[in-house]
Design a protein around this ligand. Structure first.
Ligand SMILES: [Zn+2]
Length: 282
């Protein structure tokens, strides 16, 4: 079975991730290594890192994935934003290395009118510049997107083209988000459509580059190009797709993380994970 988990809050201290993961029954965990809506952040303190290591050990060393800030655009057309984005990515990778996370999920960028080819080229140059400056072994996992506006990476072919034009290919992988694939027009709600999407990934990118999955249902219909996640089974994708994916023997030990809405009782992720495991063992 895949390593089922979720994005968890770390308010106050990154080490909190593990208790929060345990509370919902997660076997893998995704965190932000800094506030995702701000450019800067203070460095981790020695005490914070120690607490993180202690908590991680105490909870049996679950797989940890990080998600990069939403502000980063590696193909920004404004030189100032581009520079800030590259600096921010470098900082995130440094933090990830300090925490020993398995990979940093990153949205490939938005071309902002420059065109797909120019956008992919700019993103590749940014990745090469940043990765050349740091020796941390933490890979960058480029996430497929819903294709809204000018965002890059809604098709496996685009992610593949981006990876192919980077010098630092060995440090790049992908994160596959079900909601984004569905919104981009891949019929992952059907068994054939899901397989077709995975085959496109295999053909163009290679499944060995799959670092993790994001298990999200979609609020909007197939091909909507809108990125709005829904609770598993309550969106347009439906529960079956998540059971097929989580039970797929090709992805045993691959983190599959929920990024679905959490309401007042904070129990949605716990319920979704229990529901999935129940369906898988049925
Ligand atoms: Zn995602």
């Amino acid at each position: 079975m895949a390593l089922l988990g979720a994005h968890v809050p770390t308010a106050g201290s990154v080490g909190r991730a593990f208790a929060n993961a345990k509370a919902i029954g997660a076997d893998s965990v995704q965190i932000f290594v800094k506030n995702p809506n701000r450019w800067g952040a203070g460095a981790f303190t020695e005490a914070e890192l120690k607490a993180y290591g202690r908590e991680r050990d105490r909870h049996g060393n679950p797989a940890v994935v990080a998600h990069a800030s939403y502000l980063i655009n590696l193909s920004a057309t404004n030189p100032e934003t581009l520079k800030r984005s590259r600096t921010a990515l470098k900082d995130e990778l440094t933090r990830c290395a300090q925490l020993g996370v398995g990979g940093l999920v990153l949205h490939p960028g938005a071309h902002l009118g420059a065109g797909i080819e120019a956008g992919l080229d700019a993103a590749a140059r940014s990745l090469d510049l940043v990765l050349a400056e740091i020796e941390t072994p933490v890979p960058v996992w480029l996430e497929n997107t819903a294709g809204q506006g000018t965002v890059l990476g809604s098709r496996p072919q685009e992610l593949a083209a981006l990876i192919a034009s980077c010098d630092q290919k060995v440090r790049l992988g992908v994160c596959l988000d079900t909601c984004h694939a569905f919104a981009a027009g891949y019929a992952v709600h059907t068994e054939a459509g899901l397989e077709e999407f995975l085959e496109a990934v295999e053909t163009h990118i290679g499944s060995t580059r799959i670092g993790c999955f994001h298990l999200n249902d979609s609020l909007y219909p197939l091909g909507s190009r809108r990125d709005r996640h829904a609770t598993l089974g309550l969106g347009e994708i439906g529960m079956a797709a998540f059971v097929w994916l989580a039970g797929d023997a090709r992805f045993t030990n691959t983190p599959m993380l929920l990024e679905t809405p959490v309401g007042d009782d904070k129990q949605e992720h716990a319920r979704d994970l229990a529901h999935l495991r129940e369906a898988l063992s049925a």
